[in-house]
Ligand binder design. Structure first.
Ligand code: NDP
Length: 420
């Protein structure tokens, strides 16, 4: 029996909410609140007409405004808040949860909307020097809430999507069941799907393009090594997808895994991209369309990347046209009982199967399912403890079981080809 407030009603939220409705032994009442309430109402109508035991309601909220969220929480009185809006809203929603003493869950770590804000920039530049990576997002902002959440007796579960999220649970699972010592982790994110457009992003374009146009980085012996964007390329033959080019990116779980598994010697993250995607992205970057700094256009202030977002297909609309599969997982090497060991834990997800089940493509699906699972484990007490945590800090077994139960079954290959 629990009451959940979900903030955001985009591609990921639509999957997470429908999955919460499948898990009606945990979630009995759910409020969908977002900036555009019509989307929330449409989703509520869709779920209700298909039939559900969960009591749904909707609200409009501006999650950039802490006080508005506090009013909503105080009136709805949820047991937890699932933030599937944008990373820009993480801190305001955490502040509101703290004020109301309600558990908090999200799928992506904080980054600012305005990267020209001098107050943020000063802290960011000090961090770049101190830590050695230049990504706009990092965990420091949210880890800073540790004491406050502990003292309030509430849980914050950060980054329970697929990557971050499941990839960190795979790591905890490998450490618990397969290794005495993990030496290297390669996280591989392959999208073999084709939506038929020359260029589109599979989740929020602004967040996606910021991430992939940034410098890459990986962790080696506890230190960050930074690379130019797309500087390191490998080719890998993915089970059920085939051979793909993949590129080393900075990714947030590297930071959390580096902190929580300090003996791992190297942690890298690779994502596949087709040549058409990279050519379009480079061209857009060269003409300034990926800029996050506002410009004045005919008397209006516009942010180029936000304007681009308005032109690109809505990721939530890609479902009917996307065919093919994703394969996301981690290759671990290390030692067990004094012997070398290597394993690859991965999930394969079919875009069209996701569309048939929930009307979504596989990127939203592979993020929304773990968002529901992490939330369920906090709400039912299995992963509830005071403080701020990532998904590698809890017992992975119940999460792994729920992945099988809710549509993301995984495989352990005990003799994978390694990435050089
Ligand atoms: P979308 O852009 O599709 O959806 C975002 C939703 O948030 C929209 O409904 C939007 O409202 C709402 N929103 C935005 N700003 C506000 C605000 N100020 N107040 C209230 N609501 C707001 O994004 P996705 O669904 O693709 O992504 C959701 C989250 O999931 C992001 O944080 C993303 O980074 C993360 N993600 C994580 C992954 C992982 O594996 N860990 C993978 C993919 C995504 P409106 O409808 O009005 O635009």
């Amino acid at each position: 029996m629990s009451r959940l407030l979900v903030i955001g009603c985009g591609g990921v939220a639509q999957v997470a909410i429908q999955k919460c409705c499948q898990n009606d032994k945990t979630f009995t009442e759910l409020m969908i609140a977002s900036r555009t309430e019509e989307k929330c109402i449409q989703l509520k109508n869709k779920i209700e007409s298909a039939g559900t035991n969960v009591k749904l309601s909707t609200a409009k909220v501006n999650a950039d405004n802490k006080d508005e969220i506090v009013v909503l929480i105080n009136s709805y009185k949820p047991d937890a808040v699932l933030n599937v809006a944008l990373p820009y809203q993480d801190l305001t929603i955490m502040d509101a949860c703290l004020e109301c003493k309600v558990d908090y869950i999200d799928t992506a770590n904080y980054e600012p909307e305005d990267t020209d804000d001098p107050k943020w920039r000063e802290i960011y530049e000090a961090r770049c020097k101190d830590k050695g990576f230049t990504a706009y997002f990092d965990y420091s902002w949210q880890w800073a809430y540790e004491e406050k959440f502990k003292n309030a007796g509430i849980t914050a579960l950060l980054g329970t999507g697929f990557d971050p999220g499941v990839t960190s649970v795979f790591t905890a699972y490998a450490a618990k069941h397969y290794f005495d010592e993990i030496e290297t982790i390669d996280i591989l994110d392959c999208n073999g799907g084709d939506h038929g457009y020359p260029f589109a992003t599979n989740f929020n374009p602004e967040i996606n393009l910021r991430e992939v146009s940034a410098n890459g980085s990986y962790m080696e012996n506890g230190k960050w090594v930074e690379t130019k964007p797309m500087e390191i390329k490998r080719v890998y033959n993915f089970p059920e997808v085939g051979e793909k080019d993949m590129y080393l990116l900075h990714h947030e779980e590297i930071e959390a895994l580096g902190r929580n598994f300090p003996n791992v010697k190297r942690i890298r993250f690779f994502m596949t991209f087709g040549q058409s995607y990279l050519t379009h992205m480079k061209c857009l970057e060269n003409v300034g369309m990926l800029s996050t700094s506002p410009i004045n256009f005919e008397g209006h202030e516009i942010v180029p990347i936000q304007f681009l977002k308005a032109l690109l297909p809505d990721p939530a609309s890609l479902g009917p046209r996307t065919v093919g599969k994703t394969n996301i997982g981690c290759i671990f090497t290390g030692k067990k009982d004094g012997k070398d060991r290597r394993i690859y834990i991965y999930n394969v997800c079919d875009h069209q199967e996701c569309y048939k089940e929930l009307g979504s493509q596989a990127i939203s699906y592979t993020t929304g399912v773990p968002a529901m699972i992490g939330t369920a484990l906090v709400v039912n007490g299995a992963w509830k403890k005071p403080g701020v945590f990532t998904t590698d800090e809890f017992d992975p077994d119940p999460y792994m079981e729920m992945l099988n139960e809710y549509g993301l079954p995984w495989v352990v290959d005990e003799n994978p080809v390694l990435v050089d």
